[in-house]
Design a protein around this ligand. Structure first.
Ligand SMILES: *Cc1c(COP(=O)(O)O)cnc(C)c1O
Length: 379
């Protein structure tokens, strides 16, 4: 089935009790049983909810996986994956990833005795070199946030397999429309559904998708035992968002390409980070593992003072100054003071994330208006 057809129909069957074409929002905490232990497969809504079930089926289908699990946020999904581990286990993680993931690893899980090693995963040999007998999980993000670095998923999957470790890929920036990590050998795909999957900046949610039955059982056990489940209304919103993922992503990609080229040719712009440029270091791998390059990019100015960056950030009219990404509307962000403020400055600078870096989530408005807005803001 082609992507457009799959996204519109994923997970949704007419409601068996009424024929409603849209999955109803089952706003209920419990289900009446005919006799003790005799139920219709639903006992208590932390463990099962029909709206969530439809969405979890949709998550599995759009990521070419067997099983999907929905969580109350992207970080709750990440949290569930780390809870597969035990004290003494080691995780190899990318040194350039979402600030909240880094914060969860360092500030929450390190104190429980889980060890994290951060390496530059754009060179898979660094991952291979960091493997030890304690390595249980490899965590990568590609393209990365905000520098758009690309990691070769198939190469890292082969290293993980050899080491007997799971590979989890945060696929938030690409969305399933641009890339499907399970097809490349990953064990788990994670998304912040808050972003492209929801697509309308109106919901916080996360998900995990996997093929292995045993892994699904372990993660489902964590989901119901720890309880970070999304409510049915939020599940409905993401189900609706997924139906237009393909048309939104097509426009994000078109607008993204035009914006990236505009910025690159601007006399006051120093560097543009976008993985669709043929001279981007990850271009060849990105073209191989992705169907397009998306609408996420970042750039620095020739006058690279923080004041100048802040001036541009405060001067846009169509782009809204806000954290988050992947919605229909365009957003502008200052990683050093906003999304990545939880990463210590020395770490940020070491990884190439300068204080003057500006990140754009190019939305699906008319590209002429978006370019005019950024042009006048740069001044
Ligand atoms: C937003 C984001 C997360 C965290 O997701 P929440 O839904 O905000 O909890 C994780 N990874 C990436 C790449 C993100 O952009």
């Amino acid at each position: 089935m082609k992507l457009a057809t799959k996204y519109i129909h994923a997970g949704t069957e007419p409601d068996p009790s009424t024929g409603a074409i849209m999955t109803p929002i089952y706003q209920t905490s419990t289900y009446v049983q005919e006799a003790p232990g005799v139920n219709k497969g639903f006992e208590y809504a932390r463990s099962q909810n029909p709206t969530r079930k439809a969405l979890e089926e949709a998550y599995a289908q759009i990521e070419n996986g067997k099983f999907g699990l929905a969580f109350s946020s992207g970080v709750a999904a990440t949290d569930a994956v780390i809870k597969l581990l035990a004290p003494g286990d080691e995780v190899i993680a990318a040194n350039d990833m979402y600030g909240g993931t880094y914060r969860l690893f360092t500030k929450v899980f390190e104190k429980f005795g889980i060890q994290f090693k951060y390496v530059d995963t754009t060179h898979p040999e660094n991952v291979a070199a960091a493997i030890s007998t304690k390595t249980k999980l490899i965590w990568i993000e590609t393209p990365t946030n905000p520098l758009m670095n690309i990691t070769d998923i198939a190469a890292v999957a082969a290293i993980a397999k050899k080491a007997g470790a799971w590979l989890c890929v945060d696929n938030t920036f690409a969305s399933p429309y641009l890339k499907n990590p399970l097809d490349l050998g990953a064990d788990i795909v994670m998304h912040s559904a808050t972003k492209y999957l929801g697509g309308h900046s109106d919901v916080i949610q996360g998900c995990l998708v996997m093929n292995d039955t045993d892994l699904r059982e372990k993660l489902y056990f964590i989901q119901k035992s720890c309880g970070a489940v999304p409510g049915p209304m939020d599940c409905f919103l993401v189900l609706r968002g997924i139906k237009t993922l393909h048309v939104r992503m097509q426009r994000h990609c078109e607008n993204g390409e035009k914006m990236a080229n505009f910025l690159r040719n601007h006399s006051k712009v120093a560097q543009v980070y976008w993985c669709g440029f043929t001279d981007h270091p990850g271009y060849i791998i990105a073209s191989k593992q992705m169907r397009g390059f998306g609408g996420m990019m970042s750039f620095t100015l020739k006058d690279d003072s923080v004041e100048n960056a802040k001036r541009v950030l405060s001067s846009t009219h169509v782009f809204a100054l806000a954290e988050s990404l992947g919605g229909v509307e365009s957003l502008i962000n200052h990683p050093a003071s906003m999304t990545h403020a939880s990463i210590p400055r020395e770490e940020r600078i070491k990884n190439g994330l300068s204080d003057s870096l500006i990140r754009l989530s190019v939305g699906i408005e008319d590209i002429d208006d978006l370019i005019a807005d950024i042009d006048q803001a740069i001044g």
